[in-house]
Design a protein around this ligand. Structure first.
Ligand code: F6P
Length: 319
């Protein structure tokens, strides 16, 4: 393989830059040329290519966002889009692709692989919801951002004896909500994967109130409920003075933690090594602290399962 491409795709995640840097520098060490594709699959369809060398990725390991820019691309879901993407890559003499992204991006990778292009995906999403890997790039940073924010909210909640509903990201998954809630000792954690009901939530808060607890943190994944609605329901049902904080895209930005930088560096290098060894149709993943290649098909065919026992533990510990 003499020329490969790298792109970032879907929602950005802190550490994507560190992954791009690792891909470029590992490839250069193999004597392989690297082409960056700007704006993910959207940019691929518009042939937004730029050559990347050692210097292009200087001074980015610590930066959030992605120097390659990113996008979500509905056109690439269709077979015509995928065929056009393949033609653009072939037209540039690109023999392999590394793509950093989440679930939707890895589906795009699997589509190109099935058309005959060697592809390796790298898990990059703050949601940490991909099957086959114990960690995704960006999760640790987003988690630390959320924990820092909730700790601050806790201070003012305590000072005013208020209940706060804090909404964290996670349209389809509650890994971020659960990990942040456990780390912050949240009184209640609501995630899309575990059924809940507002009466039970309010009953729990009322029980706390009977013990004199007027300040509470309720963490809700955006896919479980709208914090604004939930806050109003809680205030009405319990009489607790309630405020709402939506952390939103703050969780997607910022300098990646050392954990994310190192994960990205290792997975970026592993992805190139897989391609060079002739292994593709894979996601470079981490299992038991070791980098492994997991078939893209198996990653996209299932979802990572949230551990309900961790949710139960958080409930017991916050009582
Ligand atoms: O998949 C990452 C994620 O941040 C989700 O947690 C969130 O629901 C979604 O992206 C938001 O996407 P967008 O920035 O496109 O609105």
């Amino acid at each position: 393989m003499r020329r490969i491409a790298v792109m970032t795709s879907g929602g950005d995640a802190p550490g994507m830059n560190a992954a791009v840097r690792a891909v470029v520098r590992r490839a250069v060490a193999f004597g392989v040329e690297v082409i960056g594709i700007r704006r993910g699959f959207y940019g691929l369809l518009r042939e937004e290519f730029e050559p990347l060398g050692t210097e292009s990725v200087h001074d980015i390991i610590h930066r959030g966002g992605t120097i390659l820019l990113t996008a979500r691309c509905a056109e690439f879901l269709a077979p015509q889009g995928q065929a056009a993407g393949l033609a653009s890559l072939r037209g540039r003499g690109i023999e392999g692709l590394v793509c950093v992204g989440g679930d939707g991006s890895l589906r795009g990778c699997a589509a190109l692989e099935s058309l005959g292009l060697p592809v390796v995906g790298i898990p990059g999403t703050i949601d940490n919801d991909l099957a086959g890997t114990e960690a995704t790039i960006g999760f640790d940073t987003a988690l630390n951002t959320a924990v820092d924010a909730v700790d601050r909210v806790r201070d003012t909640a305590t000072a005013h004896e208020r209940t706060f509903v804090v909404e964290v990201m996670g349209r389809h998954s509650g890994f971020l909500a659960l990990a942040a809630g456990l780390a912050c000792g949240a009184e209640t954690i609501l995630v899309p994967e575990i059924p809940w009901n507002v009466d039970v939530v309010c009953r729990g808060l009322r029980r706390g109130l009977e013990r004199g607890l007027r300040q509470n943190i309720v963490i809700v994944a955006e896919g479980a409920a709208r914090a604004v609605d939930l806050g109003a329901q809680i205030e009405q049902a319990t009489g607790l003075e309630t405020r709402v904080t939506i952390l939103g895209h703050v969780q997607r930005g910022g300098s990646p933690t050392a954990v994310d930088r190192n994960l990205a560096s290792q997975l970026g290098a592993a992805a190139v090594e897989f391609l060079m060894e002739g292994h593709h149709g894979l996601m470079a993943a981490v299992q038991g602290n070791v980098q492994v290649g997991v078939p893209l098909r198996s990653v996209t065919a299932s979802r990572r399962h949230l551990d309900p026992s961790l949710h139960e533990l958080a409930r017991i510990l916050s009582a």
